[in-house]
Design a protein around this ligand. Sequence first.
Ligand code: MN
Length: 489
Amino acid sequence: MTQTYEFWFVVGSQHLYGPDVLNEVNIHAKIITDEFNSDKNIPFKVVLKGVATTPDEIKNICIEANSSSKCAGIITWMHTFSPAKMWIGGLSILNKPYLHLNTQFNRDLPFDTIDMNFMNTNQSAHGDREHGFITARMRMKRKIICGYWEDAVFKRRIGVWMRGAVGAITSRHLKVMRLGDNMRYVAVTEGDKIQAEKDLGWSVNTYGVGILANLVDRVTDEEVDKKIEEYRSKYVFRTSNIYSVRYQARLEIALEKMITEGGFNAYTDTFEDLYGLEQLPGLASQNLMAKGIGFGAEGDWKTAALGAVMIAMSSGLEKGLSFIEDYTYHFEKGNEAVLGAHMLEISPAIAQNKAAIEVHPLGIGGKDDPARLVFVGKEGDAILVTIVDMGGRFRMIAHDVHVISPIKKMPNLPVASLMWKPEPDMITGNEAWIYCGGAHHSVISYDLTAENMRDFAEIMGIEFIHINKITTIDDIKNQLAIGDVIWKT
Ligand code: MN
């Protein structure tokens, strides 16, 4: 299912300059492309599509980009002056993410030798303004990054945007398998699946839990033995209830078959619809999440899909992400923190140490005791991200948090957990999140930043709110009020 994406670099110019200048422009573009491809801050391959000088060339590149499954976005730069009416035909049909670089081949002015020839070849200062005008005039969704091409910050920002673009491309053909509906009466996990497919590309469809139950029954002992070996290589066994662990192995194998067969990126289940199953998938879902499958509990297809998008965006990064829920608070004055956990399903990708398989009763649901992975989440800066359906539109909220080691040990907690301190402080951060309508479910990522998510949201055209160290409640209320005008449906 993993796709190798690339970005197409198109340098704008025109024939007026003559072949010598165009040749020099092409040489510069090649050097810059090589530099991008040798920098680890640029996570995806950049392919130079040449110097574009006519409306037809530009339009053909856009047509080709639209139909290429590899191309995750177009990056442009106007080395020289490229009259922007030449771009209207192409840009008006382009449906890939768009990055406009404003850079220049030379860092410093050649003070001693500068003449009009040099001036005419190195014109991005005004060439990129001409280009910026037409993209502004066309109200194009695009990112603009200015800087010197060898500068680390400049390249890092390109990398950040690329991850947002790959998230967008992934999102547009994302498939979610729903086993059962939402948890009864719950509001925030509800949503308009047609709007989601239209705005975000998510195809969300239901499959009877009986299909899974039948597959579980058909899993062979040999398949289970193999899965148990996998568990033994990854996790510590802290249970004598091997039956329960083997049952989770069956669940995982059956889920994997459905996911592979249907080409799904994510799935949901619910403890309220386990007819024919002995246990709620716990260890099974945890292990699948760590392998890159998006997951949402209680029928939460939005968080499941978001998880799959963020997994694609995190390509090559290894600090991990997981489905998570704000579970309970520590209100000690000056040392406030949130304890995040779930009934079972937190990904071991974010475990501080090797996760342990344990078997305990499930508080609700009335099924057999499920095997699950128990661990404490690793420390570090992270973001919590959620998507809510505001009726006619989706709102994404990203919150900067710092995951800490638990203030004290919690020996009786039978699930994976992590403790974090939200920005700007727990009181303001929680109030802001709740004003935004942020869900109790979210995806936590240690690799991605709010800038990645903002780029994704801008490409998709959905509302985005970032709660961070400078957030005030007044500011959040203003953003929400303005959002209701901008996004009026
Ligand atoms: Mn939940």
